[in-house]
Design a protein around this ligand. Structure first.
Ligand code: PMP
Length: 365
């Protein structure tokens, strides 16, 4: 079966083994006589699927018992509203650090619900993360919001935010980890709420993962919709409304695949090698290709790059496609190229990309 090297930013490549298992179980899950898509979410079979998925995710990320894992819908963009609705409590301000398009969107959305305060920004060029010493937190904010991997700009945090060092010990830290969750171990206890859409490293679109410290569940505004009220979702085991059952099932298979393959520490090692291979080549291409992000903040998951001669962009993309290398076009807001190299992209795929880039540079340099 012909499969391409798929560098899409999301929805993105999934592990072949997982897809094969989904195919094999599509019509009949474990002798149930029906597939997961057709099952009641309240039945025994699906209950076992969601419980295993949650337990495996908890194990992989070493999520402490004081955190709830929620399987929600609406994607990360919906969370931009759901978060202030759930966390503002009696406060009227929230701090945002803007490091690219996604955190900027979150910041703008929050303005509908509170005095969103720009604690720091690396704009307009977004070539890194502002030094923490420069962050200015409000005295009475409800939380600090960061996006720890900017999928469009390719900027990844190399540190966990430390609110105590910034003069606000105990301030809840909220992180959009959509595009690097499960790419490496994370010290969950350094955050109070972690969220992400599943369609990058985790599974199909339609599922949003929220990992939230239990004590934050009591701060929702009265107008918070019930389906997005963390406490209601938690109390109902992520089944207040019908959950995205098929997406949860596939995500659960991805969690098992991760466990079979050494967990997040092993993933991180492979991801480092993949990213080094690609960045090293870009940096030594004598300027034919270029990545503008400061070294320490370069994303291991999303690698944007530009050709010095942008007139070659269309030719680059069409030759890449012919060489089986797909979805390399950068986000429409920034142009250029972007290779997303999530967990399911093997080193071999990144090597194929580098080989192609080298040939293209030789031909056109
Ligand atoms: N945040 C980040 C970091 C993202 O990468 C994306 C999607 N590319 C979003 C938010 C928006 O996610 P969704 O489209 O699932 O709402």
């Amino acid at each position: 079966m012909p499969r391409v090297w798929n560098f899409s930013a999301g929805p993105a490549v999934l592990p072949l083994e997982v897809l094969e298992q989904v195919r094999d179980e599509l019509l009949d899950w474990h002798g149930a006589g029906m597939g997961v898509m057709e099952m009641s979410h309240r039945g025994k079979a699906f209950t076992s699927i969601i419980e295993s998925a949650e337990a495996d995710l908890r194990e992989l990320l070493e999520v402490p018992d004081s955190y709830r894992i929620l399987f929600m819908q609406g994607g990360a963009i919906a969370e931009n509203a759901i978060i202030p609705l759930n966390l503002l409590g009696d406060k009227h301000t929230a701090d945002y650090v803007v490091t690219g398009s996604w955190s900027e969107k979150s910041f703008k959305e929050a303005k509908k619900y509170c005095n969103a305060h720009l604690a720091a920004s690396s704009g307009p060029h977004f070539s890194g993360v502002p030094a923490p010493e420069s962050w200015r937190l409000s005295t009475d904010s409800a939380y600090l919001f960061v996006c720890t991997n900017e999928t469009i700009g390719g900027v990844e945090y190399a540190f966990d935010p430390d609110v105590a060092a910034l003069g606000r010990p105990g301030l809840p830290v909220v992180a959009d980890m959509s595009s690097h969750l499960l790419s490496k171990p994370v010290d969950v206890s350094k955050y109070d709420l972690i969220f992400g859409g599943a369609q990058k490293n985790i599974g199909p679109a339609g599922l949003t993962i929220v990992i939230v410290r239990e004590e934050l569940l009591d701060r929702a505004l009265p107008i918070c919709p019930s389906a997005f009220h963390y406490k209601t979702v938690a109390e109902n085991g992520s089944m207040y409304n019908t959950p995205p059952t098929f997406a949860i099932y596939v995500a659960g298979l991805v969690f098992q695949w991760l466990k079979r393959n050494g967990g997040l520490a092993a993933m991180e090692q492979t991801n480092i090698r993949k990213a080094q291979l690609l960045y090293n080549y870009i940096d030594t291409s004598s300027g034919f290709y270029h990545n503008p992000i400061e070294l320490i903040s370069r994303s291991r998951m999303n690698v944007p790059f530009r050709l010095a001669n942008e007139a070659l962009n269309a030719e680059f993309l069409s030759q890449a496609q012919a060489a089986n290398l797909h979805s390399l076009k950068g986000h429409k807001s920034v142009g250029g190229m972007r290779a997303s190299i999530y967990n399911a992209m093997p080193l071999e795929g990144v090597q194929a990309l580098v080989d192609f880039m080298q040939d293209f540079a030789r031909e056109h340099g």
